[in-house]
Design a binder for this molecule. Sequence first.
Ligand SMILES: Cc1cc2nc3c(=O)[nH]c(=O)nc-3n(C[C@H](O)[C@H](O)[C@H](O)COP(=O)(O)OP(=O)(O)OC[C@H]3O[C@@H](n4cnc5c(N)ncnc54)[C@H](O)[C@@H]3O)c2cc1C
Length: 307
Amino acid sequence: MSVFDRAIVRLLPAVPKPVVRRISDRYIAGTELEDACRVVKRLNDAGRMATIDVLGEEIAVPDEARAIAHEYEHVFQTIDVQRLDSNVSVKLTGLGLKLDYGLCRGNLELVVRRAAASGNFVRIDMEDSSTTDDTLRLYRELREAGHENVGIVLQAALRRTLDDIRSLAELGLNVRLCKGIYLEPPELAYQSFEEIRDNFVRSLRELLAVGAYVGVATHDDWLVSQAQRLIDDHGRSRGEYEFQMLLGVRTALGDTLVSEGHRLRIYVPYGRHWYAYSMRRLQENPKIAGYIAADTFGRLISGRNGR
Ligand SMILES: Cc1cc2nc3c(=O)[nH]c(=O)nc-3n(C[C@H](O)[C@H](O)[C@H](O)COP(=O)(O)OP(=O)(O)OC[C@H]3O[C@@H](n4cnc5c(N)ncnc54)[C@H](O)[C@@H]3O)c2cc1C
């Protein structure tokens, strides 16, 4: 990312919401479940699987958390009716983690049971480091209570990740491995691009060694090729791993993976709480300055033309 783009990232919170909405459009399916289903259908037709995320995090009252859990019930019902190839991803703060652990556990169990009734699967997203312990604890509790259809996310940026893999391995893991999007202090997280990449490779090697099912979630060409090599080395067959990417990011890389015969799952978020998610995606877009300039310039031109 250029110095200029990095400066723009720091100014992002000052960008008016309507501009953020327009330039982050491609990362989000829409505000309604039907928008997400339309996108998933298109992805399925193009040979991709999906994971649907109901946007909503850091919610303020228990009823909002319950509403998100119930929304997931609609998601599973619709996946079944429309025969979509999609599981779901959930954020525990959206299910009430910061309000009350028991409330969150109840909501998560509701979603996981509803998924099981359809033979489907729930991926628990990983949020910032203030939630890591509770997230892993809830995951362990659910697995020990006999829920098999639930998986976790681990972040290569965190120094603890290798230890987490080793201590969770006995459960029989299903893990999405990603770099980690949240800004964390140096005592908790690697800070440099290279260190994070190195820990991604180390963590992936460990996950494969302990027999985990892995979702390799990255758009980084170098990591994708390292992952392909490691997957080959471990003799994994097509159904024993998957690649994962975000909606609206590096579609051509996804085309290549699918044409090479890998399974690819696309993360499809929808809902009315689009702002926090959009800001995270924009801060990773290496051409962010260009997008903002094009949006502003485009509107100036159309304004001048009276449109
Ligand atoms: C399916 C999926 C689920 C995820 N779930 C989580 C989670 O639960 N918790 C968590 O902390 N993080 C999650 N992430 C985000 C992840 O941690 C990274 O922040 C994100 O994937 C960017 O890292 P990268 O590995 O793609 O490498 P990068 O080096 O950031 O990106 C590689 C290249 O991809 C392109 N690119 C990346 N992002 C964008 C973008 N937004 N817009 C345009 N181009 C882009 C650029 O060309 C860039 O050079 C998830 C990512 C994926 C793919």
